[in-house]
Design a protein around this ligand. Structure first.
Ligand code: NAD
Length: 426
């Protein structure tokens, strides 16, 4: 038989998260000479579920929103990945986030594959009771995919410990017994792990220290700008401030703040608790989210959404270093420009892997029903992240790759090795 392609590959172009994720994979596959069959397998998610989520509003009416759960790859273990509630979330975005989870778990060498979930909704417009009903219905709809041995969700944008409790409860009620290991990032009272809520931010701090050391900037002299003042960005600001860095700019979806002498995250947290936003915080200059990416600083930490640094604004970034706390904040083209300009980027799949690493610790503790101290968790997290950073840096230096290419090389390489070791069924 002629070896004609059975299907035409659809090559997405542009700045979407899925286009970025595929372009990153294709680039590293070529660099490392990945076997074409494995490359093609890794380009597609293993399975994807689209669900309609009808739920009752407080006024008695019914609203239907759309939800997704994607398993990109489960060759190295159960699928692992967060659930986000965000208006406009679509299948391609969730596919990209699931693919990045696969590489992330492999880079820190934890025995998980990659997954992600999303619901296209703005939870700000729901009451707490509506949020609970919608979450429980979404959990019920994705029930066939999840479970401690198949797929373990966690928090992401606009989801939190309470939402994880409702998912754990919905799953457990269906089983007839408590299954704490079905989600991570849940409260300690029901089998959550100490240190999980701050783990992503703590990992971002470790990576920031590593990059500052690498570039010879003392921590106390470093200036930092952080886009996104949520679970990850807000606590990272606090940790970095407490370590002696000067946090000069922060923002949330409504806008940002700038103060050259440095901002006090504790005071901002107090203000935000009252007002619901960082905008309007007294004693700082207002800036837009676009301006935040271009402020003078040593380290820029995007900690909000995908695709904020593109070919259009990459040449305006003043920071010498970028630590990607968010998933996919830099597009493929934007990344090339930053690299040409000598900006040192710690990629998302390494920089924000602290969250999934402590999620792994939580899952292990749940399965063993034996819980660890916070000191032990933070120490093990640091050991794993520092080890992963060293491995990526070594490959970056020895092969002349960018840090992102090196991280992908390691992540994709481990997944490919697992595929080749298991063989192709049937
Ligand atoms: P979150 O919902 O707690 O916070 C998100 C923050 O980003 C908020 O301050 C929000 O106002 C801001 N934001 C939202 N849309 C924005 C926009 N268009 N422009 C500027 N700011 C905007 O979410 P989070 O859990 O902190 O997640 C932030 C990022 O980190 C996401 O990319 C997520 O995938 C990634 N991440 C999170 C975790 C985790 O453990 N939560 C782990 C790894 C990666």
């Amino acid at each position: 038989m002629a070896s004609e392609p059975l299907t035409e590959a659809r090559v997405p172009v542009g700045d979407s998260a899925w286009a970025t994720a595929l372009a990153q994979l294709d680039e590293v596959a070529e660099l490392m000479g990945l076997a074409p069959g494995v490359h093609e397998t890794l380009r597609s998610p293993k399975r994807a579920l689209i669900v309609a989520i009808p739920f009752r509003r407080d006024d008695g009416s019914t609203k239907v929103v759309q939800g997704y759960r994607v398993h990109h790859n489960v060759t190295r273990g159960p699928a692992k990945g967060g659930i986000r509630y965000y208006p406009g979330v679509d299948l391609d975005e969730v596919k990209a986030l699931a693919m990045w989870m696969t590489w992330k778990c492999a880079i820190v060498n934890i025995p998980f594959g990659g997954a992600k979930g999303g619901v296209s909704v703005d939870p700000k417009h729901l009451s707490r009771a509506e949020l609970e009903r919608m979450t429980r219905r979404y959990a019920s709809e994705i029930l066939p995919l999840i479970g401690p041995e198949r797929d373990i969700p966690a928090p992401d944008m606009n989801t939190n410990e309470e939402i994880m409790s409702w998912i754990m409860d919905t799953y457990s009620i269906n089983k007839g017994y408590s299954v704490p290991g079905v989600v991570t990032g849940k409260p300690v009272a029901i089998g959550g792990s100490r240190g999980r809520s701050g783990a992503t931010s703590r990992g971002v701090m470790y990576m920031t220290f590593s990059i500052l050391k690498q570039l010879g900037v003392p921590v106390e002299e470093a200036s930092i700008a952080i886009q996104g003042y949520g679970k990850v960005g807000g606590f990272a600001a606090q940790l970095l401030h407490d370590s002696g860095c000067r946090v000069v700019a922060v923002s949330d979806v409504a806008g940002g703040l700038y103060r050259e002498k440095g901002l006090d995250p504790e005071a901002i947290n107090r203000y935000k608790r009252e007002s619901g936003t960082v905008v309007g915080f007294p004693g700082a200059d207002p800036i837009s989210n676009e301006d935040l990416l271009e402020v003078e600083c040593d380290v820029l930490i995007p900690a909000a959404i995908e695709g904020v640094i593109t070919a259009k604004n990459a040449d305006q970034v003043k920071a010498r270093m970028i630590v990607e706390a968010a998933n996919g904040p830099i597009t493929f083209e934007g990344d090339k420009i930053l690299n040409d300009r000598g900006v040192f980027v710690i990629p998302d799949i390494l920089a924000n892997s602290g969250g999934v690493t402590v999620s792994y610790f939580e899952w292990v503790q749940d399965l063993q029903a034996y819980f660890w101290s916070e000191e032990m968790i933070n120490a093990r997290l640091k050991e794993i992240m520092d080890g992963a950073f060293k491995e990526v840096l070594k490959l970056h230096e020895s092969k002349g790759l960018t840090m992102r290419q090196a991280a992908h090389w390691i992540g994709v390489g481990r997944v490919a090795e697992a595929h080749l070791t298991r063989g192709l069924f049937p």
